[in-house]
Design a binder for this molecule. Structure first.
Ligand code: ATP
Length: 204
């Protein structure tokens, strides 16, 4: 899988957030999208996800042949603190629902996802009663355990404590190293495994 950004820029009203991004995300590379608060990391990830169009330039997706932007969601798993889960669902229902749309990573099923989350006791609890850390773990597990070639994580360790951060790094190691990973972040511990860096500040 290759994602090619050619001269990509995005503005909101008259304010340019970034301009002239020429960059390729390729194969099973691990990429950190870096920059201070408000610099445009989430905006760039939304463009890569196909949720937002560039104001100028182009983004294209290739896997043997070109994939249209309207289809790319099938190839991407995504987790972010601002992504909403269905609060009325229990954890068990959330897992079952999610994996009606995405296949499990090899060797995984609903009970294994539940057990790797370490939340077996909460399987029948509605997500509206989950703590913010429990919700973040759930989002990360759903994203990492789906069998898609691209994994996009925005601020993956927000709301996680030290134990949760270790759990996240182990999750990546076990289930995500065979994918392209793009992490939007400004915290070194959550993207230390990324060998490639894209700094938004270079495109102002
Ligand atoms: N829909 C929108 N309309 C207007 N401005 C927006 C919109 N979305 C984002 N912005 C602006 O774009 C800029 C970049 O925001 P973005 O959320 O991409 O930054 P970020 O680097 O992800 O920040 P953080 O680290 O705080 O999450 C900010 O100035 C923000 O106010």
């Amino acid at each position: 899988m290759n994602i090619i950004l050619s001269n990509v820029g995005r503005r909101f009203n008259k304010e340019w957030i970034f301009k002239n991004i020429d960059f390729s995300f390729t194969g099973k590379g691990k990429y950190a999208v870096l920059g201070p608060n408000g610099s445009g990391k989430s905006t760039l990830l939304s463009i890569v996800l196909g949720n937002l169009s560039p104001s100028e330039g182009e983004i294209s997706y290739h896997h043997q042949e070109e994939i249209k932007v309207e289809q790319i969601y099938q190839n991407i798993s995504f987790a972010a603190p601002y992504l909403d889960l269905i609060e009325e669902f229990t954890l068990q229902e959330t897992i079952d629902f999610h994996f009606q749309f995405k296949a499990y990573e090899e060797g995984l099923d609903a009970s294994k996802v539940l057990s790797l989350l370490g939340l077996e006791k909460s399987q029948d609890k509605a997500l509206k009663h989950f703590s913010s850390g429990m919700k973040q773990r759930t989002k990360l597990a759903l994203a990492c355990c789906a069998n898609t070639p691209i994994l996009i994580l925005d601020e993956p360790t927000s709301n996680l404590d030290a134990q949760g951060i270790d759990w996240y790094l182990e999750l990546i190691k076990q289930y995500a190293l065979n994918k392209m990973i793009i992490v939007g972040s400004n915290q070194e511990h959550e993207y230390s495994f990324c060998e490639n860096r894209l700094s938004i500040s270079d495109y102002k």
